[in-house]
Write a protein that binds this ligand. Structure first.
Ligand SMILES: C[S@@+](CC[C@H](N)C(=O)[O-])C[C@H]1O[C@@H](n2cnc3c(N)ncnc32)[C@H](O)[C@@H]1O
Length: 195
């Protein structure tokens, strides 16, 4: 039996797993329901730290509960700072001692299914956040961005992110796109490794 390729979200986690060591600080730029936040908290581990951003208090509350459940089930998690703020503020909200030391930063753009669709990520602030993210990473650190060309407004945001990534000088970072070309409107992944 032939197995299919990994989903875009699983591929993002795989790239991150390959590059983050226990104890390293990481960032979830779009916390949402906290699936990636919990994944990062396990990976970074008890000596590590996770900074998790979202503009919706309800998203952070759901994530807090998800983390608490995992901890009470015996998972050994990193310290997680849940920040009710836009990721475009990460440069000022992540303490300066972590700048240049972040091992991975995950973005999952768009809106939270079942929540207010107006609270979607927006191209202008996404691009500001990505520039900061690249600066916060350590050498060899990874940026993953899942984009949604099938959402209203998501197509322009996806194109802008891909355009931005394609213009990063190769001496600064290397960029790859993971995409299913038979499903053009489906989400796809842009991953960037800092040199
Ligand atoms: C697709 S969801 C993220 C899903 C999440 N990774 C998960 O595992 O459930 C996108 C999230 O981005 C959040 N968001 C929108 N604008 C934002 C911004 N400027 N900064 C941070 N988060 C933002 C939304 O509130 C929403 O929860």
């Amino acid at each position: 039996m032939s197995a299919g390729f990994l989903s875009v979200l699983s591929q993002a986690q795989r790239y991150v797993t390959e590059r983050v060591q226990g104890g390293e600080p990481v960032i979830d730029a779009t916390t949402g329901n906290g699936v990636d936040t919990l994944f990062l908290a396990k990976l970074s581990g008890p000596r590590g730290a996770v900074f998790a951003f979202d503009v919706q208090a309800a998203a952070l509350e759901r994530t807090r509960a998800r983390l608490a459940n995992a901890a009470s089930a015996g998972e050994r998690l990193a310290r997680v700072e849940l920040l009710l703020a836009g990721h475009e503020e990460m440069n000022t909200l992540v303490p300066s001692e972590y700048h240049g030391r972040i091992a991975a930063i995950m973005f999952n753009l768009g809106y939270l299914p079942g929540a207010d669709r107006r609270l979607t990520t927006k191209t202008d602030t996404t691009l500001i956040a990505l520039v900061s993210a690249l600066m916060l990473l350590r050498g060899g650190g990874l940026l993953t961005i899942v984009v949604y060309p099938g959402h209203e407004g998501g197509d322009a945001e996806a194109s802008a992110v891909e355009q931005w990534a394609s213009t990063i000088p190769p001496m600064i970072a290397q960029c790859v796109v993971y995409r299913f070309p038979q499903k053009n409107a489906s989400p796809y992944l842009i991953a960037i490794v800092k040199k």
